[in-house]
Design a protein around this ligand. Structure first.
Ligand SMILES: C[S@@+](CC[C@H](N)C(=O)[O-])C[C@H]1O[C@@H](n2cnc3c(N)ncnc32)[C@H](O)[C@@H]1O
Length: 456
């Protein structure tokens, strides 16, 4: 017996000495899918190149990319895949057959959405089922279900996509109650698509659009639909000419107006997309974040870009600086439901209780942030949530309770390139439901921003 009494067949965390080519990657994919679905662990944490899951870290770079691609597809289309698996079964799988369900989902994601030969996806899923005592007796079922999907996939898939909404029930309900059925459906449809990559460029957007093989968006960002190489290998990365930032994420910092030579506090700043924007616009930025490792990433990013900011590692709730600021940007920690296109695990790892908990934290952070404004200063509260509980409702409540805090509405003339994202109240509200068309900013992440002042 090994330490801990584990049977060798049950050992899941290391490469198997005689395993079939490709089997370790599928084992890792199943293990990580279980961690996301059953333990609600964020995919980014599991696939982090330094601190990720040991089974993921043991893989080659190529297999890591494959595992990520499998998981992104499996999560992005989780309900569609589930519906197709159910169609091929006489009875639904028992709720506790988790390992079996994850093997089927990983196999199905490859067959339906990836450029992996069907035979390899089926054989490796069957081999994995056979070597796991929890699933060994179901290896015939795995074979039958996946072969069935491989045979019928071409026709069955479009039908399943048309009848299925790819999100957990609570998430669909929140979207529908906030935006109505039509917009909720458009958001869910956007969540199924691979999003483009947007770059904020320091200068010469036209030139960078040519060099990066993209196009200039109405807000001046450069958009590339499919990256030809990893970001760090693209032209201009080493020279610090641009940073990756969704076009919607670049809008809140602009609401602070002309920040040249102004003292600006960027609160909850890491990894520093908005710090870079403010520093580039000439502000004297103090960037505050709770996380030492994330703040370190911010510093590395600013160094690469040749930009400077004073960095402070602190809990905003306890931070008592000597100075007050002309302007404050609070990009608060949130449910991140506006970034599901890039993080398809979010609806599966978050719960409605998390939205409430985060909204309460955001209210407390916002109260603190308001105290850091000098008289006459301006504060922008922003986050990448689609949920009004973290946006319109939270700010609405603050305005009702604190008469001296007033909304400083965003005007169309300030953001002519994003006028359609300004609400009648003067909030900024973006969603991925709006398509990109010539001259109209669209196909962006979900963001909320409100601009506030404190009256004397
Ligand atoms: C949405 S991210 C910020 C993204 C960043 N503004 C950007 O544009 O790159 C939220 C950040 O808030 C930080 N954070 C969470 N709670 C905090 C607190 N109590 N005080 C300071 N920072 C906090 C997290 O470490 C995280 O880096």
């Amino acid at each position: 017996m090994r330490p801990g009494g584990a049977h060798p067949l049950r050992k899941e965390s290391t490469a198997q000495p005689h395993s079939k080519p490709g089997l370790d990657a599928r084992r890792a994919a199943v293990r990580l899918l279980a961690a996301v679905i059953d333990a609600r662990t964020p995919l980014d944490a599991l696939t982090d190149n330094e601190h990720g899951h040991p089974q993921f870290l043991a893989l080659s770079a190529r297999d890591k990319a494959l595992v990520r691609a499998i998981l992104v597809s499996a999560l992005r289309h989780r309900c569609t895949i589930e519906s197709l698996i159910r169609e091929t079964l006489e009875r639904p799988l028992p709720e506790k057959a988790r390992a079996l369900s994850h093997i089927l989902h990983v196999g199905a994601a490859q067959i339906l959405f990836l450029d992996v030969p069907d035979s390899a996806a089926v054989d490796l899923a069957v081999a994995q089922a056979k070597t796991d005592p929890r699933t060994a007796r179901f290896s015939g079922l795995v074979n039958a279900v996946l072969r069935n999907l491989a045979r019928g996939g071409g026709e069955a898939l479009p039908r399943a996509l048309a009848r299925t909404r790819d999100a957990p029930a609570w998430f669909m309900e929140h979207l529908e109650s906030a935006y109505g059925r039509e917009t909720a459906d458009a958001i869910l449809a956007a969540h199924r698509r691979e999003p483009p990559t947007d770059f904020t460029v320091k200068s010469d957007p036209d030139g960078w659009a040519v060099r990066l093989g993209g196009r200039v968006l109405p807000n001046g960002s450069v958009r590339v639909d499919r990256l030809p190489a990893p970001v760090a290998e693209l032209p201009g990365y080493a020279e610090g000419e641009w940073w990756v930032q969704d076009a919607a994420a670049s809008l809140p910092a602009r609401l602070l107006g002309d920040v040249r030579r102004r003292a600006v506090a960027d609160l909850c700043a890491a990894p520093g997309g908005k710090t870079a924007q403010l520093a580039q616009a000439g502000a004297m930025v103090t960037a505050v974040d709770l996380s030492a490792s994330r703040l370190q990433r911010l510093e590395v990013n600013l160094n690469r870009l040749g930009l400077t900011a004073q960095t402070v590692e602190a809990d905003l709730l306890a931070w008592r600086p000597d100075q007050r600021f002309d302007a404050v940007l609070l990009d608060a920690p949130c449910s991140s439901t506006g970034t599901v296109r890039r993080h398809p695990d979010v609806p599966w790892t978050k719960r409605p209780e998390d939205i409430q908990r985060l909204a309460e934290l955001q209210s407390r952070l916002l109260e603190r942030a308001l105290m850091l404004l000098r008289p006459g200063g301006v504060l922008v509260f922003a986050n990448c949530s689609l949920d009004p509980a973290e946006g319109e409702e939270l700010v609405g409540r603050l305005l009702a309770e604190r008469r001296e805090v007033v909304l400083y509405p965003v005007r169309a003339s300030e953001l002519p390139d994003a006028e359609h994202f300004i609400t009648s109240e003067g909030y900024l509200r973006t969603t991925p439901a709006v398509p990109e068309t010539a001259g109209q900013l669209g196909d962006v992440d979900g963001f909320f921003a409100a601009r506030l002042r404190v009256q004397e």
